[in-house]
Design a protein around this ligand. Structure first.
Ligand SMILES: *[C@@H]1O[C@H](CO)[C@@H](O)[C@H](O)[C@H]1NC(C)=O
Ligand SMILES: *[C@@H]1O[C@H](CO)[C@@H](O)[C@H](O)[C@H]1NC(C)=O
Length: 235
């Protein structure tokens, strides 16, 4: 999760953030590489839930980093790794265990105004945690209706309609033409993809597409390693 990495940097002067990450002798990156084996189990929260935290760390290094060192050039897999540990894997587990009607969405629209920019960084760190909330609620950090683009506002209006439909009818797309966002099922794995590749026109020029969850494979990887096998912490 990009906001996690930026969170660390918030303790520094915002102007220093980019320099800390980008400078050749980046102290923070050196520390991350040096202390990875002891930091990973705690930061990614498997130090007490796993019976073999060392093995999990090895698996993660291979899966996300190809056993290479962390560098600015391969920072995205590291962001994915933190996202998956904190949000993506628990979210997919919740979707599959929930017995009620649940809808899944995948938001990767990079707005003109965005969270990473509002935190003072020019780096391309992806979409921040909670980024989509700015499209639903007015707030002080990301101002879609004041600083955003026409595209940002179009996406915001669609999302507000879908979310209010869900609140009123229990269904985000009750008879809307063209879009049929159905509930998540354990076999179907359908998700509403908001933005992303379709920002550039996409296959059918839509900003919102119902499609198979594009990152489910990453959760399947987490399922295959012993992250929550300590009997004291069964979930
Ligand atoms: C969902 O249903 C299954 C089978 O009926 C049950 O075992 C499980 O506890 C339920 N899960 C929740 C979260 O209620
Ligand atoms: C958002 O809140 C600000 C400050 O309260 C206000 O000036 C602005 O008009 C609001 N924008 C929208 C779209 O409601």
């Amino acid at each position: 999760m990009a906001s996690f990495i930026l969170f660390i940097f918030r303790i520094l002067d915002p102007c220093l953030q980019d320099r800390v990450l980008t400078s050749g002798s980046g102290t923070l990156l050196r520390m991350l590489n040096l202390l990875f084996d002891s930091l990973a189990p705690r930061v990614l929260m498997y130090d007490s839930t796993s019976s073999k935290p060392g093995l999990v760390t090895k698996n993660l290094r291979a899966f996300y980093m190809n056993n290479n060192k962390i560098s600015l050039e391969n920072i995205r897999p590291v962001i994915d790794m933190v996202s998956d540990a904190w949000f993506v894997y628990p979210l997919h587990e919740s979707l599959n265990r929930h017995n009620g009607t649940v809808f899944s969405y995948y938001f990767d629209h990079k707005g003109e105004e965005n969270l990473i920019k509002s935190m003072g960084s020019n780096l391309d760190l992806g979409i921040g945690h909670g980024e989509e909330l700015a499209y639903l609620f007015n707030n002080t950090m990301v101002r879609i209706y004041e600083g955003g683009s026409e595209l940002d506002r179009t996406i915001s209006k669609s999302m507000i309609e879908l979310w209010t439909n869900f609140a009123i009818y229990g269904n985000p797309t009750p008879g809307l033409e063209g879009l049929n966002w159905r509930p998540w099922t354990r076999d179907g794995h359908e998700t509403l993809h908001i933005g992303g590749a379709s920002d550039a026109g996409g296959e059918d020029g839509c900003l919102l597409n119902v499609e198979p969850d594009p990152i489910l494979a990453r959760s399947n990887f987490w399922k295959s390693i012993p992250v929550r096998d300590n009997p004291k912490f069964q979930w």
